[in-house]
Design a protein around this ligand. Structure first.
Ligand code: 13P
Length: 261
């Protein structure tokens, strides 16, 4: 059975006080759901406060981005060591909002993925096409290019610590989710790419999450697909009740991963 992984990307939401309230409710709500991994990614300013509240709980902490250097004259940036210092285990990298609004390239993202691994953080690498690219039938080509360049020359032992997230840009914050079939198609394609670049073992081990307008009422159908192993949730992760319900739905529909050599 695949073990679901549900990650909440809080984006640029929540003050420390609001984050504290949110995480306390989520903590209580998912407490008994031991057959699912749960990660929350608050904004940088709330990481330390949330980390303290998560001590001893099953929920893990992630950041939404980082720079690739351990320290130095990089005004405004946060380093992998700083994330480790506040007990982060995961870091989201290559989110489409970073790519689109802040001009991050695949090459820059690769440097960050490599740095995260070097400092023992687990990268959640986001890939996904825009609506224009999908309509031009370039979705697979674009995702392959992101996959190839963002992973670069990572070796197998590094790759098995990476989580992939397929986030079609047209589904993010739009209320327009990819259909379970569309998600499954891209997820199984990513698994094929993993098999070609690495091995069937790596293809089986790497978790592939879906992200883009995930809500309590579409989680179960998405999770019912054999290659969808969890979700990267934006808007619905900053409302405690909906996030807890998403976790609950992810657990009840998990099934074996369908990768065949
Ligand atoms: P929404 O769930 O708000 O569509 O955001 C998805 C996302 O970008 C998660 O990283």
């Amino acid at each position: 059975m695949k073990r679901p992984l549900i990650v909440g990307n809080w984006k640029m939401h929540k003050t420390i006080r609001e984050a504290t309230t949110l995480v306390n409710i989520i903590k209580a709500g998912v407490h008994k759901m031991t057959d699912c991994d749960v990660v929350v990614c608050p904004p940088f300013t709330a990481l330390a406060a949330v980390a303290m509240l998560l001590e001893g709980s099953k929920i893990e902490l992630g950041a939404q981005d980082m720079y690739s250097e351990p320290e130095g004259a990089f005004t405004g940036e946060i380093s992998p060591l700083m994330l480790k210092d506040v007990s982060c285990r995961y870091v989201i990298l290559g989110h489409s909002e970073r790519r689109q609004t802040f001009g991050e390239t695949n090459e820059r993202i690769h440097t960050k993925v490599a740095a995260a691994l070097k400092y023992n953080l687990l990268p959640i690498l986001c890939v996904g096409e825009t609506l224009q690219e999908r309509e031009a039938r370039k979705a697979f080509e674009v995702v392959k290019e992101q996959f190839d360049h963002c992973l670069g020359n990572l070796i197998a032992q590094e790759m098995e610590r990476v989580v992939l997230a397929y986030e079609p840009v047209w589904a993010i914050g739009t209320g327009r989710t990819a259909t379970p079939d569309q998600a499954e198609q891209m997820h199984s394609y990513l698994r094929r790419l993993l098999n070609e670049k690495y091995s069937s073992t790596i293809a089986e081990r790497v978790k592939i999450l879906y992200g883009g307008s995930v809500k309590p009422d579409n989680m179960a159908q998405l999770m019912a697909k054999p290659n969808v192993e969890g979700a990267l949730v934006g808007g619905a992760s900053i409302k405690a009740e909906s996030f807890i319900q998403i976790v609950a739905h992810a657990r009840t529909t998990n099934m074996p991963t369908a990768f065949k050599r």
